[in-house]
Write a protein that binds this ligand. Structure first.
Ligand code: MG
Length: 277
């Protein structure tokens, strides 16, 4: 086990690519966090592959591309991996295509583009995304389906989404409500689970042990790094405080106060050409 204070920890694994969480890591609300612009710009300039991997399933991937671009970060759809992407891959591999989908309209449209249509009459599963348009009719219908034994999936487990006003109820909170009502918990698809880890390594074209996974949440970002072989980098700009880190059994490989500190950890030489960065 690494020491609790990992600020001086070093690793023998060379970092050849980066994956970044978004909320609380790259930005908070509409504001970029310090160092994000410089760090991502340096990666793009040096040809170091990078992706953004977010559990936030409340908007389609294209919205992240627009948001990142507006904030001045070089990003295409190939740089964005969402828990909806992981859900699409899971549904395909499980032969499911007609979910009762709890998600906002724009996310419904993104699934429909992938051939996955919201089904009210005879759904083959319930898929719970970060539905910021959730209402009682959807809650009631989903609870009946879950209790009836329809396969129950959720895009991610985060209890709250960090915002400048504080954490706001996210899918983990919705899961708690449905568990209270039905006694059942879903199969969860985003970070820290394997489907998301596979998408990240596929997009980067790198094995997990060549990738630094940078995030602000121990239970998703750092757990995924630990469970799937990434270098786990915790940034203290989001939901995790030093006190929470000290009392957690999840030990990041590196702890930073923000992305600006990571500039010192960039690979010295340009990485191979032709990768996703
Ligand atoms: Mg985060």
């Amino acid at each position: 086990m690494p020491p609790t204070d990992t600020r001086t920890a070093t690793t023998a694994r060379p970092t050849r690519g980066f994956a970044f969480d978004l909320d609380g890591t790259v930005y908070l609300g509409d504001a970029l966090l310090p160092g994000a612009l410089e760090l991502i710009g340096a990666l793009a300039e040096r040809g170091v592959p990078y992706v953004f991997a977010t559990n936030n399933s409340s908007v389609p991937g294209s919205v992240y591309v627009e948001r990142l671009t507006r904030l001045g970060l070089p990003a295409g759809r190939e740089h964005v991996v969402t828990s909806n992407d992981a859900a699409v891959q899971h549904l395909r591999s499980a032969g499911l295509a007609r979910p009762y989908l709890l998600a906002p309209p724009a996310v419904h449209a993104e699934y429909a583009e992938q051939g996955i249509e919201h089904e009210i009459e005879e759904p083959d599963c319930v898929l719970l995304a970060f539905d910021t348009t959730l209402d009682y009719e959807k809650i009631r219908t989903a609870a009946h389906l879950i209790r009836a034994g329809v396969p129950y999936l959720a895009t991610h487990p985060d209890p709250v989404c960090p915002t400048p006003r504080g954490g706001e109820p996210d899918v983990g909170s919705f899961m708690a409500m449905f568990e209270t009502a039905t006694g059942l918990r879903p199969t969860v698809l985003g970070k820290p689970h394997g489907g998301m880890a596979r998408l990240v390594t596929e997009r980067l074209g790198l094995p997990a042990d060549g990738v630094a996974f940078v995030g602000d949440r121990l239970e998703t970002d750092i757990r995924m790094a630990r469970d799937h072989g990434f270098l786990g980098v915790l940034t203290l700009t989001g939901v995790t405080s030093r006190e929470q880190l000290a009392s957690s059994d999840l030990s990041p490989d590196l702890v930073v106060d923000g992305l600006v500190e990571l500039l010192a950890h960039l690979p010295a030489a340009p990485a191979r050409a032709g990768a996703a960065g």
